[in-house]
Design a protein. Structure first.
Length: 284
């Protein structure tokens, strides 16, 4: 009596399409990472809260005696976040030189270190909990710098805010109106490329296979989709002036944007492109 159903179940399993979105393949095409960049100086910016002096008056009020433990936790997260970025630089650059500094030090560090690029980490706390002087200094810096910048997650939001875009929760509340029980975009999600002509997507728009196209997955080449790691509860509302939207999703519309002028190149992503399967189980 039990043998027949088991056999039927097995045969059905064989006939069913594999749970992979494209071409019924049981694998993702893998392109080994090559260290194509000979040399680069990269300034890594820790955007998390570091000391109690990094806090606003509101943070002291709202955190009500838990300030020390919250700052300690932010330090733990920042170490992992900046290490993720540094490890990616090591994977891509043959002779890398990196320097990690805090958000409050970005202007001075950019002058003394003179980097080829700046990569900014994510964040944990809302920006009204930050020392307002840090935010003012950063706004002045980001509007004037000629160094290429990549902003990740919270840095995407910080850069958007610095150029005049408001931040909202994913269910359209002001950040201060809903601090807890927020709708979150979390784990691996799909985002849709909306402008594949941007140079960062080289190979996606090509009609024939090329060296550039071989680094992309089938679902990217066929449907302009990226599979990315998400972990956020705020979003940049709209697109700040001077930026162009590059990717979107159903829950958070501004997933990626770029500011490309004669003097500036700033890419920002709401998702965590620095994350990998290797470190997925090790840190948040």
């Amino acid at each position: 009596m039990l043998d027949a159903p088991i056999a039927t179940a097995k045969s059905k399993t064989k006939e069913q399409a594999l749970p992979f979105p494209y071409n019924n393949r049981p694998f993702c095409r893998y392109e080994p990472i090559e260290k194509k960049i000979p040399y680069a100086k990269v300034l890594i910016v820790n955007n998390l809260l570091r000391y109690e002096s990094d806090l606003s008056d509101l943070a002291y009020i709202d955190w009500n005696g838990t300030t020390e433990s919250k700052v300690r936790f932010e330090n733990k997260i920042s170490a992992m976040a900046c290490n993720n970025i540094a490890q990616n630089v090591l994977r891509l650059v043959r002779q890398p030189k990196t320097l990690t500094v805090h958000l409050s030090e970005i202007g001075e560090a950019a002058k003394s270190f003179n980097p080829d690029a700046i990569v900014m980490s994510g964040t944990l706390s809302d920006f009204d909990y930050y020392n307002p002087e840090h935010l003012k200094k950063f706004e002045k810096f980001i509007k004037q710098t000629k160094i290429p910048v990549l902003g990740i997650c919270g840095a995407h939001q910080l850069i958007g805010m610095s150029f005049g875009a408001p931040l909202k929760t994913l269910d359209n509340f002001e950040p201060g109106e809903k601090r807890v029980n927020r709708v979150n975009e979390y784990q691996y999600r799909f985002v849709k490329i909306v402008d594949k002509t941007d140079p960062i997507f080289a190979g996606v728009a090509a009609d024939v296979e090329s060296k550039e196209s071989r680094v992309w997955q089938d679902y990217t080449l066929e449907d302009d989709i990226l599979r990315v790691w998400q972990n956020h509860g705020l979003q940049v509302e709209g697109i700040p002036e001077g930026f162009k939207k590059l990717a979107t999703a159903y829950l958070c519309k501004n997933q990626m944007m770029v500011r490309r002028t004669a003097d500036q190149l700033i890419y920002t992503v709401q998702f965590h492109l620095e994350k990998s399967f290797e470190d997925w189980s090790k840190n948040p």
